[in-house]
Structures are given as structure tokens and as C-alpha cells.
Design a protein around this ligand. Structure first.
Ligand code: HEM
Length: 393
């Protein structure tokens, strides 16, 4: 082997506090290895180089889990996460015509209403902020964004929640059949929504996606369905994690909580600092399309490099005093939404949800306290707690 540190992601202890291990490895070299020998990019520079380098392509998430055909493989084959140029460029261009900053901003009143309803619904001595708040907000926002009728919200929410199972580190058969059922259910449901919206176009994102056109090119019917499912899948578990993690950080950092409560104008910076300090998504995988040199380490064609946003976000070469949670940081710079051509399409929507949710949560429940120390779920590539119990009164 080489001189790189080995980071053991199979050690459950890693997941409860990954930062000392990552810092030690990153001090040695911008890259480390997993216990399987796979390369891991740690420094801000190294993660950025991999994600911006066209010689790195998306990695196949399903084949290593034995999924090569069926509804899951068909769906995954059409999402932007797994696409490379030129297919990716085409899909991204079309979706960007509909998913504009203006379309996101127009959701603000709905985000405020939904948050208000959820925050008001937090009653009782002790409540779980995951189930009662973090889980619900992003699903309801996306249902509104796509114009899903209220009567269908429950069914729609159950399918959306199940899509995240594709990222489970253990693909047990019963999880796979739940995921398959969610995709099959959504395929039929979204196709109906599309037919309805073709007949009665509205102001919602789905109408925008149907109408999106670039140089005479449009999304096909199957691509539209996959795109909607891509947005649901990408926007739920991630935003849910940001909301639960952010609430926990604010409740455990009293000075920062007081600062945000007293100065709601800090909301944008606070959200970026939450995302930087505890990245909801561990990182991304990329496969080298050709042999290359990465920070002095040879990478063979076909070899996978995993980028670790957690380590990049705490790199002292990129951030002053990176292990300090400080919502007065200017924001903007963070690895949590990725970099390069796959940079998170929904970053503005996620930020909007956080900027509305955190100040409102603190304002409506000024006496909220943690009822129990939240525990990180080990091996979760979208980092989360099973529950976040708080006392309200
Ligand atoms: C705090 C919440 C979120 C986080 C932390 C997050 C994080 C990320 C990251 C790290 C990537 C890059 C993946 C890669 O490099 O392979 C990504 C891509 C993506 N995100 Fe997000 N995301 C969030 C919310 C959302 C929302 C709300 C939506 C949509 C409604 C969304 C839609 C997407 C899409 C479609 C992509 C794929 C883009 C592409 O491949 O070109 N995300 N996200």
C-alpha cells in the first residue's frame, strides 16, 4: 500500500464523530483509502478537483448491489445522478428551464404556510422533530411544487419517503420490494399527473417541465416521469436531514440560537453554516474514465474515488477555525451541495426551506430543549438521527 491514511467507514464509532479521524487523515494527505483500498478525497481542493474533472464520471450505485434490471434499474438509468455528458447536459439544460430561481422563490408563501402549520402542530410535552417536522416539510413543499392535489398527499408522501431506500447501505430484499413498489406506484401516478397537466397547464413546476424546450428539444414522457421522481428522491431525505441536524445544532449551541432568535436576518448565513458544519450528504462517488494522477497518487481507469464533503467542509485550508459552529460566517462556500456539473439543482429550494423553518421554529417555541441527545444512524450516506426528541414547554 502507499502512505495514505486508512479511514474505516465500517467502524460504527466513526459515524458518531467522524471529524477527528478525518482531520488526522487529511493532515497526512488530501486523499485517504477506505478499508477496501478505495480512494477517498478529503481536502476541499481534492474534492473540488474530482467533482470538476471531466475525466471522472458518475459511479454505478446499483450494479454493486446486484440490481441490473427491473423498475429500479430502469428508473435509475434515466436520472441525472447517473447520467454523464452529453445526456446529462441535455437533461440538466431542460430541467433548468423550469426549475428557475424565480420558480423557487414563488414557492416562498407556500413554504411559510406549510412550516407554520407544522410548527403550530408541535404540541405536547415531548415531541419528535424528525417525524413531526423534518420529515414532513420537504414532502409537502414538493407536493405543492408539483401541484399534487391535497387528497393524494398521503399516498404521494409514502412513495416519496420510500425512494430514499435506494441509498441504503444494506439492500435487504424487503427494502427492495418496497422501493420497487414506490417506483411502480409513482410511475403510474406521475404519468396521470402529467396527462392532467397537459390538459390543464398551471403555474406549477410540472407544467413548466412539460413546456420546457431548448432548441426544439423537449423531455420525453418517460424522461418527465423519471425527472419528477429524481426531484422527489433528491429533495426529500437530504432536506429532512438538514432540518433535523440544524435544529439539533441550534439547540445545543445556546449562543448561536440566541443570535439567530435575536437577528432573523442571519437566517441565510445560519443555514449555510449548518450545511457546512454537518453536511447532510456524506459525499459522492466518481469513476476515473482513464488512468490519471490525483495529488501524486496514480488512479487506474475504472477506479472509484469517493469524495467526502464532511472532510472538505472542515478543511482548515478552506475555512478559518473550521470546527467552530458560527452562524456569522459569510456563507456561500461549502461542499454540501457538491460541485461541477452535478451541483445540486435544488440548492436554492433547500436553502429557502431552512431559512424559513429555523427562525420560525425558534420563534414559536422559545422554550424548546433537547429531551435526549440525538444519535447518528451509522452507515447512513444521508446523515440523520432516527429521532430528535425535544420538550416544548
Ligand atoms: C439540504 C438539502 C440538500 C442537499 C444537502 C443536497 C445535496 C446534493 C448533492 C451533494 C448533490 C450532488 C450529487 C453528486 O455530486 O453526485 C445533489 C444533486 C442534486 N440535487 Fe440536491 N441536495 C439537497 C436538496 C435538494 C432538493 C430540495 C432538490 C430538488 C427538489 C434537489 C435536487 C437535486 C438534483 C436533481 C441533483 C442532481 C443534479 C445533477 O446530477 O445534475 N436537492 N444534491
Amino acid at each position: 500500500m502507499d502512505h495514505l491514511a486508512v479511514v474505516d467507514l465500517t467502524d460504527p464509532a466513526f459515524w458518531s464523530n467522524p471529524y477527528p479521524v478525518l482531520a488526522e487523515a487529511r493532515n497526512r494527505h488530501p486523499l485517504a483509502r477506505g478499508v477496501d483500498g478505495g480512494l477517498i478525497a478529503l481536502s476541499f481542493d481534492a474534492v473540488e478537483s474530482v467533482l470538476r474533472d471531466p475525466r471522472f464520471l458518475t459511479t454505478d450505485l446499483l450494479a454493486p448491489r446486484g440490481i441490473t434490471e427491473g423498475p429500479i434499474a430502469d428508473w435509475w438509468g434515466q436520472v441525472m445522478f447517473s447520467a454523464n455528458p452529453p445526456e446529462h447536459t441535455r437533461l440538466r439544460r431542460l430541467v433548468s428551464r423550469a426549475f428557475t430561481p424565480r420558480a423557487v422563490e414563488s414557492l416562498r408563501p407556500s413554504v411559510v404556510d406549510i412550516t407554520e402549520e407544522l410548527v403550530t402542530g408541535l404540541v405536547g410535552d415531548t415531541v419528535d422533530l424528525v417525524a413531526g417536522f423534518a420529515h414532513e416539510l420537504p414532502i409537502r413543499v414538493m407536493a405543492t411544487m408539483l401541484g399534487v392535489p391535497a387528497g393524494d398527499h398521503r399516498r404521494f408522501a409514502a412513495w416519496t419517503a420510500d425512494l430514499g431506500l435506494v441509498f441504503s447501505s444494506v439492500h435487504a430484499p424487503e427494502l427492495m420490494s418496497r422501493l420497487e413498489a414506490a417506483i411502480t406506484g409513482l410511475n403510474g401516478y406521475v404519468a396521470e399527473l402529467i396527462a392532467d397537466r397537459r390538459a390543464h397547464p398551471g403555474e406549477d413546476l410540472l407544467s413548466g417541465l412539460i413546456a420546457a424546450e431548448a432548441d426544439g428539444d423537449v423531455l420525453s414522457e418517460a424522461e418527465l416521469v423519471a425527472m419528477v421522481e429524481n426531484l422527489l428522491f433528491a429533495g426529500h431525505d437530504t432536506t429532512r436531514s438538514m432540518l433535523m441536524i440544524g435544529a439539533a445544532l441550534l439547540l445545543t449551541h445556546r449562543d448561536q440560537r440566541a443570535l439567530l432568535s435575536g437577528t432573523p436576518d442571519l437566517a441565510a448565513q445560519a443555514v449555510d453554516e449548518i450545511l457546512r458544519f454537518e453536511a447532510p450528504v456524506l459525499g459522492s462517488g466518481r469513476d476515473a474514465a482513464e488512468s490519471l494522477d490525483l495529488f501524486g497518487v496514480p488512479v487506474e481507469a475504472g477506479e472509484t474515488v469517493t469524495t467526502m464533503s464532511l472532510a472538505a467542509n472542515r478543511d482548515p485550508a478552506a475555512f478559518d477555525d473550521p470546527d467552530r459552529f458560527d452562524i456569522r460566517r459569510l456563507g456561500g462556500k461549502l461542499m454540501s451541495f457538491g460541485q461541477g456539473i452535478h451541483y445540486c439543482l435544488g440548492a436554492a429550494l433547500a436553502r429557502l426551506e431552512g431559512q424559513v423553518a429555523f427562525p420560525m421554529l425558534l420563534e414559536r417555541h422559545p422554550h424548546m430543549e433537547l429531551a435526549a441527545e440525538p444519535e447518528w444512524v451509522p452507515y447512513a450516506s444521508i446523515r440523520r438521527f432516527e429521532q430528535l426528541m425535544v420538550t416544548i414547554a
